[in-house]
Design a protein around this ligand. Structure first.
Ligand code: PRX
Length: 660
């Protein structure tokens, strides 16, 4: 990232407001240190205490952590829970039945409020409906749904009957969906006719049809369709069912299926360094425990809060901080169907003002694009809106550059709201390194310190600790309850990716580089150390995009690298060799457009390269290895200063220098 230099020099410090400190769950740094000391003294005992205090157990656990088959760690293994019970029934028992669980706002601004009692009923009917189709504990269910109460209810319904869900983001293509349905061995896909975003209807059901038509989805029996738009769709008799028919006449109570703590709650596919996405498998109790604790610690959630996480349920943030965490702590949350720029770029601020949101959690990309919009048009500047309800701001998914941090702090938080810059990953299940809003002095661009219980550290390639001030590899030294359990269908890849032998096989490798400040010990994430890109907070593997490109019959070879981008953090730059002579001028433009559309079809629009450069060849070593390092320099438009003597074909660098 271009901002790393600024990160290193950053020394502005912002203390949390005294009022917030006074009432915070972790109040002041002393409380933070005390909790850390408790973990240091008795790691397992502290987790056991928290698990007993924060979850309702159907059967209590007697063993906290089982390390006998490391790195396949087990937490609370002989205990039994149900995640949906802990998110819904517990609230009915706690006097929250009539409290608003979800304030749903549709793309066109229609607001629906759903109480905990109503959500419980909806989920129970949904769960009974799924059961009536023969879906049972351990079955996998793919959810390809828009942001909606039904989407959240679908996840909760699966959890209630012990089915393992795999949510696929609605922006993924038929091919990506197909790959996930097959890998998960799904028995059903839950979807909608269309999704509505930015005033447009975008198809979902027809993409499901296309995916299933690709063949090989032998386990799949049902497609359940939520009618969102009411527009025409294709129908396959015997396979397709309307959600309204599936839930009609179903009882609004449903006894939860009690599952072992380690029962797989969900699989969520994410990108790694090979072409094939990884099915990150999470457990039930440990995952939920950390969702609850981080809602309390990082967001300091209180009964009167109106909490809003702008993520999509298709990503891990939408799992932990929409579908599970907020419900498990009985919060009132906003769920938003649309996009930040429709009907105009003041939409987020307008919604904060209208719903009196108190906690607002979004991605740096969104902030950066709203800064641009506010600069261009005063009318959508946050100062036009009453944002005085806000008390905590959050950032997630990518590094936040200090300039964007300061703008967020001043213009949205009015210098009175701490910003929790939460570092975490699909694999970690919940926040790992983040300021605590009522304790940690914040430094723009730094995710500050590990949360209590999280043994994050920075090491070298062989696993030795690196002193503060020096960059290295981010690891977590001890297992924690919400960690990834395995990669679905691929335990070997799990071990190799996250617990490599070079680091001893027992410490978790995050895949990011990081540095700690010499004086404060604060962490700054310096970016991925593998072939994973982060574009607008969306994680993508360079190999995945390269495989998509070479799957096109005109492409001979492709290499994809990230390029720093002011708005999206990183952008995708592809270097392509065609099977025909290298195109130039209008022809190059035309082919580049075709290839971009091709990638959108293969993976999804989020994976479209922003820039495509054509060459007669790619820079390679004599042994044929593509020198991506050099391509990254070329993509940035910088001059190559490295030694290129090992290159087979140094002349190619000149050709690839220019964007076409
Ligand atoms: O590189 C880190 C970056 O996002 C990656 C994880 O992506 P994903 O699994 O899609 O999860 C995103 C939502 C948690 C990380 O390896 N990342 C995430 N949060 C931050 C971040 N980089 C810097 N600062 C953050 N706060």
């Amino acid at each position: 990232m271009a901002d790393i230099e600024t990160f290193k020099q950053e020394n502005r410090v912002f203390a949390p407001p005294a009022e917030l400190v006074k009432h915070a769950a972790i109040s002041g740094m002393d409380a933070y240190h005390a909790l850390n000391a408790e973990f240091a003294k008795d790691y397992e005992g502290t987790w056991a205490r928290l698990a007993k205090d924060n979850l309702k157990w159907h059967k209590p656990f007697t063993q906290t952590l089982d390390e006998s088959n490391a790195p396949f760690y087990k937490w609370f293994a002989d205990g039994q829970v149900n995640v949906s019970y802990n998110c819904l029934d517990v609230n009915l028992e706690n006097g929250n039945a009539d409290k608003t669980a979800v304030i749903f706002e549709s793309d066109d601004g229609k607001v629906t409020r759903v109480s905990y009692r109503e959500l419980h009923q909806k989920v129970c009917q949904f769960a009974n409906g799924l059961k009536s189709l023969g879906i049972k504990k351990g079955d996998r269910v793919v959810i390809y749904m828009p942001m909606s109460v039904e989407g959240v209810a679908a996840m909760q319904a699966c959890a209630r009957i012990g089915a393992t869900h795999s949510v696929v983001f609605g922006g993924f293509s038929a091919k990506s969906l197909h790959e996930r349905v097959i890998d998960a061995g799904a028995v059903a896909v839950l979807t909608a006719d269309y999704q509505v975003r930015g005033g447009k209807q975008l198809p979902l059901k027809s993409i499901v049809d296309e995916a299933l038509d690709m063949g090989g989805c032998d386990t799949l029996k049902h497609v359940v369709v939520y009618k969102r738009a009411g527009a025409e769709i294709n129908w396959v008799e015997g396979r397709d069912l309307w959600l309204s028919d599936v839930v009609a006449n179903q009882s609004d109570t449903c006894e939860p299926e009690w599952v072992d703590a380690e029962h797989p709650l969900f699989i969520l596919y994410t990108s790694g360094s090979t072409g094939k996405p990884k099915g990150v498998q999470h457990a039930s109790a440990g995952y939920l425990l950390w969702a609850v604790l981080t809602m309390k610690w990082t967001f300091d959630i209180k009964p009167d809060d109106v909490y809003w996480c702008t993520a999509d349920i298709g990503w891990i943030t939408g799992h932990t901080y929409i579908a599970y965490g907020p419900l498990a702590v009985g919060a009132t949350q906003i769920v938003f169907e649309g996009v930040p720029t429709y009907p105009n770029a003041g939409r987020f601020w307008d919604m904060v003002a209208r719903h009196k949101a108190t906690i607002f959690y979004t991605a740096p990309t969104a902030i950066r694009s709203l800064i641009k919009a506010a600069d261009a048009d005063e009318k959508v500047h946050p100062k036009q809106y009453d944002l005085s309800s806000l008390r905590i701001l959050g950032s997630v998914g990518e590094p936040i550059n200090p300039e964007a941090w300061m703008w967020y702090y001043k213009n949205v938080g009015h210098e009175n709201c701490p910003i929790v810059d939460t570092f975490w990953q699909t694999e970690t299940g919940g926040h790992m390194i983040s300021p605590l809003p009522g304790a940690t002095p914040q430094v723009p661009g730094s995710c500050t310190l590990p949360l209590p219980g999280i043994t994050a550290a920075i090491v070298d390639e062989t696993g030795n600790d690196i002193p503060n001030g020096n960059g290295g590899i981010l690891v977590v030294k001890r297992p924690w309850p919400s960690m990834i359990r395995t990669i679905w269908n691929d335990p070997e890849r799990f071990k190799k990716s996250y617990f490599p032998e070079e680091l001893g096989g027992k410490i978790y490798l995050a895949g990011d580089g990081a540095v700690r400040n010499k004086e404060t010990g604060y962490f700054t994430i310096t970016g991925r150390i593998d072939d994973v890109l982060n574009v607008s907070g969306h994680r993508m593997g360079t190999m995945e995009i390269e495989s998509a490109l070479v799957a096109n019959s005109i492409v001979a070879e492709a290499a994809v690298v990230g390029k720093p981008d002011e708005t999206t953090g990183e952008s995708i730059c592809a270097f392509v060799v065609l099977k025909r002579p290298r195109p130039t001028g209008d022809e190059a433009k035309q082919i580049a457009k075709e290839l971009r559309d091709w990638v959108a079809k293969e993976i999804g629009p989020i994976a479209k390269p922003k820039e495509i450069r054509f060459g007669d060849n790619l820079p390679k070593t004599r042994s044929g290895k593509i020198m991506r390092r050099l391509l990254r320099v070329l993509a940035k438009g910088e001059a190559i200063t490295q030694d290129v003597s090992t290159l087979e074909n140094p002349a190619i660098l000149d050709q690839l220098k220019e964007a076409q």
